[in-house]
Design a protein around this ligand. Structure first.
Ligand code: XLS
Ligand code: CA
Ligand code: CA
Length: 439
């Protein structure tokens, strides 16, 4: 059955098109640097927002019908698959991301829940074989049910830890079955509300234990992709352990998990940590831990996780600049962890939202490429650090200078302010504008 009868396959019509149901910048088959845009950008649909999110918020019920014509939840789970594949095909999106419970809800027992999930993943697998659509990553929803009120891997209850492990085991099996290249840990309730009731050391040790078990089990069933941690500083807990990329790197290294884990960086989570999106990507890249991206944006006037579709070209440009510098995506991609606003409640809004986000990233990708090809920024940075290429700078890098040698050098040299040059921030910002607005 076709769910969106009034909407055909979304075509690329170019930047002068005024058709709201057409791409202006995303031309999936355009070849750039030997790869098509769809291969560079690796867009993914998020099953939770797109197939399940109905606009419910803290102050009101849903505004958008996401029942897919079925009252029965088991039938609905199957209808969601049909609708998701229709959306992906119509939008030329090659990947999807899922939580286990987005695909199929919880039933009376874990055994029944698992059996029902198997039926849905069987159906998805058949549709994948038919269409060639792929899974970017999977994850387990270990934060929704009341049993996770104090966390999953960091719960004070060993029973909850065991239940979480069982759920993650099944989510890993489902990810492998669907050919996913990534498995995400987002620590929704892995944090605390007050230290008055919290053993932080034990909670972090336990989280690492769970991740180690997941890696061992995943590798044993043939998962060769990346494990990701998705940093977020807060919400729903007051303080989440995976605060930001730098914090997560410290955790991974402490527990010897850094070989298997990379980052899944979400724009809105960067903002909540009071970083820019580019900062988080750059920290990951410079530490060899860049993996995948949850593409969205927050609202600068709101302090929470609004998960809006990304439309800010400056941000998508600087994001893709980091992605290109990281060598592009390998196992990762651009997952639209984004939802249409509660007031954008019609079926067409799903398409308008994705078109807006995909065009913003296509344009950002082209702008980033142009910025790199232009070379002015890279040259400025290289020149700014030129003192490290020769003389005392080269000696320091080569390990040939110790504290005594540097003291001798400084005493002989005298005042060094004259060796500094301007940071030229404004000039550089105007170069970015110049590149962006002459595309
Ligand atoms: C919530 C997170 C979540 C993860 C997957 O804020 O973004 O959706 O991406 O569990
Ligand atoms: Ca996310
Ligand atoms: Ca989010």
């Amino acid at each position: 059955m076709e769910f969106f009868k009034n909407i055909g396959k979304i075509a690329y019509e170019g930047k002068n098109s005024t058709n709201p149901l057409a791409f202006k910048y995303y031309n999936p088959d355009e070849v750039i640097d030997g790869k098509t845009m769809r291969e560079h950008l690796k867009f993914a649909l998020s099953w939770w927002h797109t197939m399940g999110g109905d606009g419910t918020d803290m102050f009101g019920c849903g505004t958008t019908d996401k029942t897919w014509g079925k009252c029965d939840v088991t039938e609905r789970a199957m209808a969601k698959v049909d609708a998701a594949f229709e959306i992906m095909q119509k939008l030329s999106i090659d990947y999807f991301c899922f939580h286990d419970r987005d695909l199929s809800p919880e039933y009376g027992s874990l055994a029944e829940t698992n059996a029902k999930l198997d039926a849905v993943t069987d159906y998805i697998k058949a549709k994948q074989d038919e269409t060639g659509l792929k899974c970017l990553w999977g994850t387990a929803k270990c934060f929704d049910h009341p049993r996770f009120m104090h966390g999953a891997g960091t719960s004070p209850s060993a029973d909850v830890f065991a239940f979480s492990a069982a759920q993650i085991k099944k989510a890993l099996e489902s990810t492998v079955k669907l050919g996913g290249n990534g498995y995400v840990f987002w620590g929704g309730r892995e944090g605390y509300e007050t230290l008055l009731n919290t053993n932080m050391g034990l909670e972090l040790d336990n989280m690492a234990r769970l991740m180690k078990m997941a890696v061992e089990y995943g590798r044993s069933i043939g998962f060769t992709g990346d494990f990701y941690i998705e940093p977020k500083p807060k919400e729903p807990t007051k303080h989440q352990y995976d605060f930001d990329t730098a914090t997560v790197l410290g955790f991974l290294r402490k527990y010897g998990l850094d070989k298997d884990f990379k980052m899944n960086i979400e724009a809105n989570h960067a903002t909540l940590a009071q970083h820019t999106f580019q900062h988080e990507l750059c920290v990951a890249r410079t530490n060899g831990a860049f993996g995948s991206i949850d593409a969205n944006q927050g609202d600068p006037l709101l302090g929470w996780d609004t998960d809006q579709f990304p439309t800010n070209i400056y941000d998508t440009t600087m994001c893709m600049y980091e992605v290109i510098k990281a060598g592009g995506f390998t196992n990762g991609g651009l997952n639209f962890d984004a939802k249409a606003r509660r007031g954008s409640f019609t079926p067409e809004d799903i398409f308008y939202s994705y078109i807006a986000g995909m065009d913003a990233f296509a344009l950002g990708f082209k702008a980033a490429q142009k910025l790199i090809a232009d070379g002015r920024i890279d040259k400025f940075i290289a020149d700014r650090y030129a003192s490290w290429n020769t003389g005392i700078g080269a000696d320091i890098i080569a390990g040939k200078a110790d504290m005594a040698a540097l003291e001798k050098y400084a005493l002989e040299k005298g005042e060094v302010t004259a060796s500094l040059s301007s940071g030229r921030q404004e000039m550089l910002e105007s170069i970015v504008n110049n590149v962006l607005f002459t595309l």
